[in-house]
Ligand binder design. Structure first.
Ligand code: NAP
Ligand code: G4F
Length: 338
C-alpha cells in the first residue's frame, strides 16, 4: 500500500497538535511547517519531535518559493492548510497581513498543487465566521456568507478559491466550515482559554481580575479533538466536498463564565450593565470587569451550526459536550499552575 504522507501548514497551533496526533496514530508520515520566531514555535508539539514519522521544516504560506519547494521535496499525498492569522479581533488591526495569509496564502498553496505532477488532496480550514451577520437560526453549507471582519472576509476568498480550483482543475480540494472549537491547547487570547486560565488563577489567588469585552455574543463551542476527526474524514471521501462541523448548541460568553466559575467552586454574582457590568465573588471583591478595548468594530452576535450533512455523509458527530470540555481545560490549567 502507498505510504500516506501528510503536510500540515499550521502544525504548531491548536488543531495542528490534535491532527498530528490523529495522523501519527493512523501511521501517516507527518510533515509540518514552523515559522521562524524569537520564541519557541514548537512548544505545543514538542512531544512529537522525537517521533521518527514526524518532520518539521521552516516555511511560511506567504512565501511562494518555500511552499513550492516544500511540496516538491515532501511529495505529500494530503495537504491540510490550518495556517492562518486566526484571531478575529486582531484582524481589524492587521487587515492587509490577515488577507495576505488567510486568502492569498491559500491560493499560493492551490497554485503549487495545480502545478505539481503529483495527485494531492487539499483541506482548507474554513470557519463559521464566514456566515457573519446571519438571519438563519442554524447555519449550514447553503447559508449565505456575510462576514463581519477582515478575518472572515479573507476566509470567504479562501473558501471560494478552493471550490474554484476543485471545479476548474479537478483537484481534490475541500472546505471544512468549522464552528468554534476549543481545548487545553487553545491560544491564550481566545475567550474560552482566557476565561478558564484567569478564573483558575483567581481561584488560586494568583490573579486579581479578568477583563473582557462583549459578554452577550453566542458561540457554538466544540472540542478540537472531535473536530480534527471530521477534518480527517473530509479528505477520505470518494468525492471532494464542503462540510459544516458544529455541535448545534450555543452559549453566551457569560454562560461559559458561569459554568467555569461553578466548576471551580467560585461563587460569583453579576451586577450592573454594559461597560459597568461586573462580577463579584462571595467576599464582595470585583473579579470580572468589562472594557471597551476588547470590543470589535463589528461583532458576530450569533453562531449555531447545522451539521446534518456531516452526520449523514461523514458519519461524524461531536461527542465531547461543553461540560467535559471546560473540565478538561480547567484540569490542564490547574496542573500547569501547580
Ligand atoms: P491557531 O492555534 O491560531 O494556529 C494557527 C497556525 O497557523 C499556527 O501554527 C501558526 O503558526 C500558523 N500560521 C500563522 N500564519 C502563518 C503563516 N504565514 N505561514 C505558516 N503558518 C502560519 O489556530 P487553530 O485554532 O489551530 O485553527 C486552525 C485553523 O482553523 C485556522 O486557519 C483557523 O482560522 C481555522 N479555524 C479555527 C477555528 C477554531 O475555533 N479554532 C474555527 C474555524 C476555523 P505560529 O504558531 O507560528 O503562530
Ligand atoms: O474566542 P474568540 O476570539 O473567538 P471568535 O471571534 O469567535 O473566533 C474563533 O472562532 C472562529 C470560528 O467561528 C474561528 F474562525 C477563529 O479563528 C477563532 O478561532 O471570541 C469569541 C467571542 C467574540 O464575540 C468576542 O467579541 O468572545 C467575545 N469576547 C469577549 N471578550 C472576547 C473577549 N474575545 C476575546 N478573544 N477576548 C476577550 O477578552
Amino acid at each position: 500500500m502507498k505510504k500516506k504522507i501528510a503536510l500540515i501548514f499550521g502544525v504548531t497551533g491548536q488543531d495542528g497538535y490534535y491532527l498530528s496526533d490523529l495522523l501519527l496514530k493512523k501511521k501517516y508520515v507527518v510533515h509540518g511547517i514552523k515559522r521562524r520566531s524569537s520564541s519557541v514555535p514548537t512548544r505545543k508539539i514538542e512531544k512529537y519531535l522525537n517521533n521518527k514519522n514526524f518532520h518539521i521544516h521552516y516555511g511560511d504560506i506567504t512565501d511562494t518559493s518555500s511552499i513550492q519547494n516544500l511540496i516538491e521535496k515532501i511529495k505529500p499525498t494530503e495537504i491540510y492548510n490550518l495556517a492562518a492569522q486566526s484571531h478575529v479581533g486582531v484582524s481589524f488591526f492587521t487587515p492587509l497581513y490577515t488577507a495576505n495569509v488567510n486568502a492569498i496564502g491559500v491560493l499560493t498553496i492551490l497554485e503549487a498543487i495545480k502545478n505539481s505532477k503529483n495527485n494531492i488532496k487539499f483541506y482548507q480550514a474554513g470557519t463559521s465566521e464566514m456566515f457573519g451577520k446571519t438571519l438563519e437560526k442554524k447555519q449550514n453549507e447553503k447559508t449565505t456568507f456575510n462576514p463581519q471582519s477582515p478575518y472572515g472576509t479573507a476566509k470567504v476568498f479562501a473558501h471560494q478559491i478552493t471550490k474554484n480550483y476543485r471545479e476548474a482543475y479537478n483537484i481534490y480540494a475541500c472546505n471544512g466550515i468549522l464552528f468554534n472549537h476549543e481545548s487545553p491547547m487553545r491560544g491564550e487570547n481566545f475567550v474560552t482559554k482566557k476565561i478558564v486560565s484567569s478564573l483558575a488563577k483567581i481561584k488560586l489567588g494568583l490573579q486579581k481580575k479578568l477583563v473582557l469585552g462583549n459578554l452577550y455574543s453566542k458561540r457554538d463551542w466544540g472540542h478540537a479533538k472531535d473536530y480534527v476527526d471530521a477534518i480527517y474524514k473530509i479528505l477520505q471521501q470518494k468525492k471532494a466536498d464542503d462540510y459544516v462541523i458544529s455541535t448545534g448548541k450555543e452559549y453566551t460568553i457569560k454562560e461559559f463564565i458561569n459554568i467555569t466559575a461553578k466548576k471551580l467552586k467560585l461563587q460569583i454574582k453579576w451586577k450592573g450593565k454594559g461597560l459597568k457590568e461586573i462580577a463579584i465573588d462571595n467576599s464582595g471583591k470585583t473579579i470580572i470587569t468589562v472594557s471597551k478595548i476588547y470590543f470589535r468594530p463589528l461583532e458576530v452576535d450569533y453562531l449555531k451550526g447545522d451539521s446534518s450533512k456531516a452526520r449523514k455523509k461523514l458519519k461524524w458527530k461531536s461527542k465531547i459536550k461543553i461540560d467535559q470540555l471546560i473540565e478538561e481545560m480547567i484540569d490542564f490549567e490547574i496542573k500547569q499552575l501547580n
